[in-house]
Ligand binder design. Structure first.
Ligand SMILES: Cc1cc2nc3c(=O)[nH]c(=O)nc-3n(C[C@H](O)[C@H](O)[C@H](O)COP(=O)(O)OP(=O)(O)OC[C@H]3O[C@@H](n4cnc5c(N)ncnc54)[C@H](O)[C@@H]3O)c2cc1C
Length: 361
């Protein structure tokens, strides 16, 4: 692993930093988990796309720059340092797009990728159900074949930004006699389909960040099947791989610990990138990374709240208007980290069995 950036990489970092400095909105956008904020974040996505910053690793024909994983890491570091708006189409760009690249037909790639990169079409993930979260294979939402169409019935839940998204990628059971991982299919569903009802659900911070999705004879054309019929599990798994007051001196250790762990995470990400470039398989390593960052995120925010003391409890009308509120809102969202993207208990099961080779029982 070479930690010294090349001349080109230094130039690239400077180019990203300058562009962001000149272009990020002067005032923070309203939360993307509100309807107004959602649309303003869409406009920001369009700007990123028009300037070639939306999907830098993708092929040029889909709006990317064909850059490598190290450039992507540089871009991400600069992006987050700059305080640029969150990426409202992250479900599309980070979760669905890799599956589209691996399993999509040429028609599907042409139809969906560029519209995703430009923010014209924003995606939501429709996987979880009331009785299927960690145990995703127990999903019950059915899609029955009817000629050229799939007819969907059932319910999805915890669909982030599902109330305003344009499309939803869903896993549904297409073989009624199947069980568990068998007989599932991956469908791309227009959110304005007849027979699809979206009901917003408020999150802990009071914002309607989630939606429940109800399907009642909702018809989706077979051209929106990603991968083969019954191959939904394989497709899904490809998706899955400041304050004025001085800090209390007793908190110094916690701050240093967070700093050290954040840097350890950064170097580990560099190491992972090097392994990807060298064609190595990551096996279950992402599970270790997921437990590490999600627990660090909670502890780092908790330390910040302890430094802020009582002021961190004062939520004003506009929750993101002060640094104190930002830390509190960040903490509330960090609490979700050990749950989403596969809970940490499940990740620890994977680490125990597949990395350490421990027996299942
Ligand atoms: C912020 C956020 C955003 C989300 N966005 C989306 C989205 O856009 N689309 C979507 O489809 N879903 C989304 N989800 C849902 C998320 O994927 C599920 O919450 C998650 O998979 C856990 O499922 P569950 O809530 O049903 O809990 P359960 O699966 O019922 O788990 C409850 C508890 O039991 C533990 N547990 C379960 N099984 C085991 C086991 N075998 N061994 C040890 N412990 C176990 C879990 O770790 C957890 O602590 C989101 C969730 C959050 C918090």
């Amino acid at each position: 692993m070479d930690l010294d950036p090349t001349r080109e990489q230094k130039d690239f970092r400077a180019e990203v930093r300058n562009w962001l400095k000149e272009n990020i909105p002067k005032e923070p956008l309203p939360s993307m988990d509100t309807q107004e904020g959602f649309e303003l974040h869409r406009t920001w996505e369009k700007k990123l796309f028009e300037n070639g910053w939306s999907v830098i690793t993708w092929p040029e024909k889909y709006g990317g720059r064909n850059l490598g994983v190290i450039e992507w890491l540089i871009f991400e570091e600069e992006y987050y340092h700059s305080g640029a708006p969150g990426r409202v189409n992250t479900n599309g760009i980070n979760l669905l797009a890799p599956a589209l690249f691996d399993f999509g037909s040429d028609e599907q790639k042409s139809r969906f990728l560029q519209a995703m990169a430009s923010g014209e079409e924003i995606w939501a993930q429709g996987w979880s159900e009331p009785d299927a979260g960690s145990d995703l294979a127990s999903i019950k939402t059915k899609a029955q074949k009817d000629g050229e169409w799939f007819v969907i019935n059932g319910q999805k839940t915890w669909c982030s930004r599902g109330a305003w998204a344009d499309w939803i990628f869903c896993i549904v059971r297409t073989d009624p006699d199947s069980e568990r991982h068998q007989g599932l299919s991956y469908l791309l569903v227009p959110a304005d389909s007849e027979g699809l009802d979206r009901r917003p659900v408020k999150r802990l911070d009071g914002e309607p960040a989630f939606a429940e999705i109800f399907f009642d004879d909702c018809r989706v054309h077979k051209s929106n099947l990603l991968g083969g019929e019954g191959e939904g599990w394989s497709v899904a798994m490809s998706t899955a791989s400041n304050a004025e007051r001085k800090p209390d001196p007793s908190l110094t250790e916690e701050v240093v610990d967070s700093w050290v762990r954040a840097h350890a995470y950064r170097w580990q990400a560099q190491r992972t990138a090097t392994r990807i470039i060298e064609g190595e398989s990551l096996n279950s390593e992402p599970s270790i990374m997921k437990v590490f960052w999600s627990e660090l995120d909670v502890e780092l925010h908790a330390t910040a709240l302890r430094i802020l003391g009582n002021r961190s409890d004062l939520i004003t009308d506009w929750i993101y208007e002060s640094p104190e509120n930002e830390w509190l809102m960040g903490y509330l969202f960090a609490l979700a980290g050990p749950i989403y993207a596969g809970t940490n208990e499940i990740q620890r099961n994977i680490i125990a069995e597949r990395v350490l080779g421990l027996p299942r029982k």
